[in-house]
Design a binder for this molecule. Structure first.
Ligand code: SF4
Length: 695
């Protein structure tokens, strides 16, 4: 029997059909053309995803460590769960509830994210929960909330892209990160629209653009202000829209006027004629969009940078108009849903805030607890990782981690690894022995995407159902089963509140989200299947909302708010010792920390390891030839990888992909400086020197 489902990886959540393999192994992937987001197209990651289901690296038995120096050894599930419960309880009883941390992931289904947040707050009573989605799109979420009163990655369907007149793609490389999405931009250009790509590298996406702007890393904010300056100077603002639908224009106008074109050229390196061309392309058509991704977001000023791009959209009357506006291309598979249902340090289900008494009362009633027992907001992801094992009352002594591999994916990763090693107790639930799981006291082998049912919310805010297509291997349990088992041990009276069936969890999630910004109460599994996805908000008895803000924004007065922000330098500037910018990102054949994709032979053959992309001028300066090992060194550490020399990158910048551990782990080098609002680390820029590695 075939099963219609979705890819386990990125936020495009491509539809696919799985069919039993003739040899009884992992299922075959068939085209699912009826799902309109990808119309059957898949990238290599999605096409090969079943290979992870029966990978030789698959964990099928719990592993435990008898003492910190002992190797991991197989154990039974009851023994492993007893040890996790004991490890978490010992930290809680000895040092208080906040001595226990929980770290989730943007790949977890909505049901798991919901159950994990509830488990942390109701069973453990800890405020110390956050997730790796904090590293992914939290700056865009913060900027969207500030401007529009609500954060849904794309407030319109992807299908609107070919119907607009111009798209400015800022720091996004869908040609490598989500290739099936490229067709929307191809169709846009075929229908007469234009594509502007902003990226310090001439990526595969930039190669297809009508105009490529290549600013210095860390200067996107100045670029947005410079474009807005020209919009004002050329009389292209939409004054009627500004008056009717926005607040805060004077401050935004003043910030832009302080960034005249020649100054912006000096800051960004983008020539003034290109700035003028971009303004003409963006302003001439009736409809236009700005879409951001990790490029402008992963900065210590990411929220303000996205805010400046939103200001450009608002000044030209784009958001809330047909085929126009601002959107964020979310990265992780459930990056959107993962941040809506309670695994984020400051949030409760339905995108409610933990600091809102009414929100606490509503969710506490659904959970059957006293609102006063719910902890307050906790630390953000990097701050939580940084507090692991710290002595004193503020330290986190035990950690439960699900669906994340921070040893590879966190900034200043060698430090994070050391913090993980210093914990009294670490439990990791994963499908393979990731670099983080290898440090754990207990490893719990859990089911994967095609082995269990659950919902995910794609980058459009469309809630999708991923159906179980195959049985998990014997010895493997689902994450919901794990939480139930731990609840039975730690708080037996609360255990019935942790059902194992995903649809039962979803029914409770619907009630918890009812009336919230991300209202899922009108969404059911049956409706998702009947409609091939349901856009939130969708209240009980209501209709989905594919296009938001057409009448009003989700702010108290219904108006969008200009950010009115000033440019400022990166947290770490280049200097004589560290004269080069480092920026990081993904490649086509690998995904995130690579825990899954590095186990797929076809993907590993296509992208076997890290590299340092550098310009011929820089290569000549450091004396590196193609393939030579070069070291990229920052104040935090050193990563070594072969040189890949190309004129497709600025001469003052190097790029490294972040999917690998070991000597080429670029996150050893990256800067954990945090955005003050989103608490997102500055992955996208830091100061380094490049030197021959001689290894
Ligand atoms: Fe999967 Fe994303 Fe590739 Fe689609 S683009 S197949 S969702 S990884």
């Amino acid at each position: 029997m075939t099963v219609d489902t979705h890819c386990p990886y990125c936020s495009l959540q491509c539809g696919m059909t799985l069919a039993p393999a003739a040899d009884g192994g992992a299922p075959d992937v068939l085209e699912r053309t009826a799902f309109d987001v990808n119309r059957g197209a898949l990238c290599g990651k999605g096409r090969t995803a079943p290979a992870v289901l029966d990978s030789a690296a698959r964990l099928t038995r719990p592993l435990v460590r008898d003492d910190p120096a002992a190797p991991l050894r197989p154990a039974t599930w009851p023994d492993a769960l007893d040890r996790v419960a004991t490890g978490l309880a010992r930290a809680r009883d000895g040092h208080g509830a906040d001595a226990v941390g929980v770290f989730g992931g943007g790949g977890l289904t909505n049901e798991k994210a919901y159950a994990l947040g509830k488990f942390a707050r109701v069973v453990l009573g800890t405020s110390q929960i956050d997730y790796n989605g904090r590293f992914c799109m939290s700056s865009a979420a913060a900027a969207g909330t500030r401007a529009f009163g609500l954060d849904r990655g794309l407030p319109f369907p992807l299908a609107d892209i070919p119907r607009t007149g111009c798209v400015v793609l800022v720091g996004a490389n869908p040609a490598e990160t989500m290739p099936p999405a490229l067709r929307y931009f191809t169709e846009l250009r075929r229908s007469g629209g234009t594509l502007i790509v902003v990226d310090p590298r001439r990526t595969r996406t930039a190669e297809q653009a009508d105009l490529h702007l290549a600013p210095r890393p860390g200067t996107d904010l100045a670029l947005a202000l410079g474009l807005l300056h020209l919009v004002i100077a050329e009389g292209r603002t939409d004054d009627a829209y500004i008056a009717a639908r926005t607040t805060g224009w004077p401050a935004a106008r003043a910030a832009a006027m302080a960034h005249w074109p020649e100054l912006v050229e000096r800051i960004t390196g983008v020539p003034v004629p290109q700035l003028r061309e971009a303004v003409a392309l963006f302003c001439d058509p009736e409809a236009a969009m700005v879409l951001t991704a990790r490029g402008p977001e992963q900065h210590a000023k990411g929220t303000d940078t996205v805010g400046a791009w939103i200001d450009l959209c608002l000044a030209t009357g784009r958001p809330g108009r047909p085929y126009s506006g601002y959107g964020c291309l979310t990265g992780q598979g459930n990056g959107q849903g993962g941040r809506e249902h309670g695994q984020k340090a400051d949030q409760l289900p339905g995108y409610r805030l933990l600091t809102d008494p009414a929100a606490r009362a509503h969710v506490a009633a659904v959970w059957g607890v006293d609102p006063g027992t719910l902890p307050g907001p906790g630390r953000s992801a990097y701050e939580l990782l940084d507090a692991l094992g710290a002595p004193g009352p503020d330290g986190v002594r035990a950690l439960l981690l699900m669906g994340s591999n921070p040893v590879v994916s966190a900034p200043r990763a060698a430090h994070v690894e050391q913090r993980l090693r210093s914990l009294d107790f670490l439990a990791v639930a994963d499908v393979v022995l990731s670099e983080t799981a290898a440090l754990a006291d207990v490893v719990l082998p859990v089911a994967q995407w095609a082995e269990e049912t659950g919902t995910l919310t794609n980058l459009e805010g469309r809630v999708l159902l991923r159906r179980r297509a195959v049985d998990p291997p014997p010895g493997v349990r689902g994450d919901l089963d794990v939480l139930r088992g731990l609840a039975e041990r730690l708080a037996p009276a609360r255990a019935p509140g942790f059902p194992v069936a995903a649809e039962e969890v979803f029914a409770e999630l619907r009630r918890a989200s009812a009336g919230g910004k991300a209202d899922y109460s009108g969404i059911t599994y049956a409706r998702i299947e009947a409609e091939d996805g349901v856009f939130w908000p969708c209240p009980e008895g209501g209709e989905p909302v594919p296009r938001m803000f057409l009448d009003r924004f989700a702010t108290p007065d219904g108006r969008a708010r200009f950010a009115g922000v000033q440019h400022r330098p990166a947290a770490e500037e280049t200097d004589a010792e560290y004269p080069v910018w480092l920026t990081t990102g993904r490649v086509l054949a690998q995904y995130q920390s690579g825990a899954q994709t590095r186990r797929v032979g076809e993907l590993t053959a296509a992208a076997p390891g890290p590299y340092v992309q550098l310009h011929p001028e820089l290569a000549a300066r450091v004396g590196a030839a193609e393939g030579d090992p070069v070291a990229v060194v920052s104040r935090r550490g050193r990563a070594v990888a072969p040189a890949r020399i190309t004129a497709a990158i600025r001469a003052d910048t190097v790029f490294m992909p972040f999917h690998w551990p070991g000597a080429g782990r670029v996150n050893t080098v990256t800067n954990p400086a945090l955005d003050p609002v989103s608490r997102m680390p500055e992955f996208k820029v830091c100061a380094v020197r490049v030197e021959p590695a001689g290894e």
